[in-house]
Design a protein around this ligand. Structure first.
Ligand SMILES: O=P(O)(O)OP(=O)(O)OP(=O)(O)OC[C@H]1O[C@@H](n2cnc3c(O)ncnc32)[C@H](O)[C@@H]1O
Ligand SMILES: [Mg+2]
Length: 194
């Protein structure tokens, strides 16, 4: 359950080997705003999943994610979506990040994408998992796949940004993939409860 189509596509692909039907907020025609005021990705993910569970009566899965940059002391963190202002576009957020990182030397550009996944089951029980993907903030945008900050998130192992990587690769190594793979293990154990 997310308003972000980029996320929704990835979540559906990563979960496609599971025997369940994932519907996003657009599929369900639901337009509820969740105020993301948690101090952690986990708090926000749980708040989203509970809100949508209450509204639909369905088991709900939600993602809260963001970038932590060492040179910026962990910012933008839970403010990643609103880095350049409340209704900032991806482009504006990226521009602000590149500006803030202008004077950061190579060895201080380490960053990680973090993803918390919350799953609220039909009976209201919640499970939360977290995935992390390490990388670096690039000096300029590269690539056109994916969404959000993908063009400036550089993965040294592949010598490519997330936006240059094939989606099959991103969906294997990303923060979201790791959090969802862990969640799948719980779901497999619990599937009687769905
Ligand atoms: O809250 P929902 O409706 O799920 O959608 P959102 O886009 O607002 O999502 P978040 O509040 O979790 O904010 C996540 C921010 O981190 C960015 N982000 C998260 N995962 C990403 C990824 O895999 N690639 C690029 N950017 C990502 C995303 O673009 C947002 O700016
Ligand atoms: Mg959000």
């Amino acid at each position: 359950m997310t308003k972000n189509q980029g996320k929704a596509i990835e979540m559906k692909k990563i979960m496609s080997d599971m025997d369940l039907e994932l519907m996003d907020l657009t599929d369900l025609d639901i337009d509820i705003d969740v105020i993301e005021d948690g101090k952690t990705f986990e708090e926000n993910a749980l708040k989203k999943a509970y809100t949508y569970h209450k509204a639909t009566g369905l088991p709900c899965i939600a993602d809260d994610s963001g970038l932590e940059v060492d040179y910026l002391k962990g910012a933008p963190g839970v403010y990643t979506a609103r880095y350049a202002g409340d209704s900032a576009t991806d482009q504006e957020n990226i521009m602000k990040l590149l500006r803030e990182m202008e004077s950061a030397p190579e060895d201080q550009r380490n960053a990680r994408f973090v993803c918390a996944i919350a799953f609220v089951l039909a009976d209201g029980t919640a499970i939360i998992t977290r995935g992390v993907c390490d990388g670096k903030i690039a000096h300029e945008m590269r690539g056109s796949n994916g969404f959000g900050y993908d063009p400036v998130f550089y993965v040294p192992e592949y010598n490519m940004t997330f936006a240059e990587l094939d989606d099959m690769v991103k969906n294997r190594i990303s923060h979201r993939a790791k959090a969802l793979e862990q969640m799948k293990k719980y779901i497999k154990k619990l599937d009687v409860m769905l």
